[in-house]
Ligand binder design. Structure first.
Ligand code: ADP
Ligand code: MG
Length: 271
């Protein structure tokens, strides 16, 4: 069963698109502040349940989940196939609504919002990274990265997209098409696209699932660096090696959280 996130892009044009602020502004300040102020919640799930109905059958993909993730955390969500990871990602990313329960994203009660408002919240607050990269084929790297800015009605798109590509180490690949890039490079373009709107949170669903171990490490290095700069990162994975880099590991089984551990000594990546 394909979840919606793998088949469509995670953004579309809200009717009353606002202009975005300058790229990457403010995040560093948040990181500095977080050492003196208590971290505010980025994600709050309360009793969240998601039921899929297939004819006579009901699948409880998430079952009464409570979860709080603070600004600046890097959380790995783990669990066997079918345990509800992608369902959780879709709900956290406002791509899908819970059947029951409440979700607050950065203090906003998501259930109270119209589809149009949700699209705008999603555009502004969340950057998505998927296992399958989801780049637009026959479209250059820089144009792919610009896309969320088009939807947000931002000017200076080329400049900002170029800067985002530089940030992921692809400043010299702007005109390349996706099929002219390696898997690891394509995923870096996808991360640049996720970052270009300066979102508060990155949601990554198995971002290294299609990559060899060296490219996986490159992607992890980027995600850890972004988290070190203060950005909240939620990373879905079924690989322990990958989860070792997170500050916190949550395990799902049959739609429930069965463990939630803080990793005081997260694995360090040699730079
Ligand atoms: P994971 O990402 O951990 O592999 P998913 O969240 O994709 O798990 O799926 C959790 C459960 O919900 C599975 O039993 C799956 O078959 C079911 N499921 C997921 N998406 C749908 C859907 N769109 N329609 C019906 N059932 C679904
Ligand atoms: Mg999945």
């Amino acid at each position: 069963m394909r979840s919606p996130s793998t088949t469509r892009l995670p953004f579309h044009q809200p009717k009353n698109a606002t202009r975005g602020g300058p790229i990457f502004a403010g995040r560093e300040t948040a990181a500095q502040l977080s050492t003196v102020l208590p971290a505010r919640p980025m994600i709050q799930l309360e009793g969240v349940t998601k039921i899929y109905t297939m004819g006579e059958n009901e699948v409880r993909a998430l079952n009464n989940v409570d979860l709080t993730i603070a600004e600046g955390e890097m959380v790995a969500v783990m669990g066997a196939s079918g345990s509800g990871k992608s369902t959780m990602m879709n709900i956290l990313g406002c791509l899908d609504a819970p059947t029951d329960g409440r979700y607050r994203l950065d203090g906003i009660d998501v259930a109270q919002r119209s589809d149009n408002e949700l699209a705008e919240i999603r555009n502004r607050k969340i950057g998505f990274v998927f296992q399958s990269f989801n780049l637009i084929p026959r479209t250059s790297a820089v144009r792919n990265v610009e896309l969320p800015l088009v939807y947000a009605g931002v000017r200076d798109r080329g400049v900002r997209a170029g800067r985002a590509l530089e940030q992921v180490g692809l400043g010299d690949r702007q005109k390349h098409l996706p099929n002219e890039l390696s898997g690891g490079q394509q995923q870096r373009v996808a991360i640049a696209r996720a970052l270009v709107t300066d979102p508060a949170m990155l949601l990554a669903d198995e971002p290294t699932g299609n990559l060899d171990s060296e490219s996986s490490l490159e992607i992890l290095r980027l995600l850890v660096g972004l988290n070190d700069a203060g950005r909240t990162v939620v990373l879905i994975t079924h690989e322990e090696d990958i989860a070792a880099f997170a500050k916190r590991v949550i395990r799902l089984r049959d739609g429930k959280i069965v463990s939630d551990q803080t990793q005081h000594k997260r694995m360090q990546i040699a730079q």
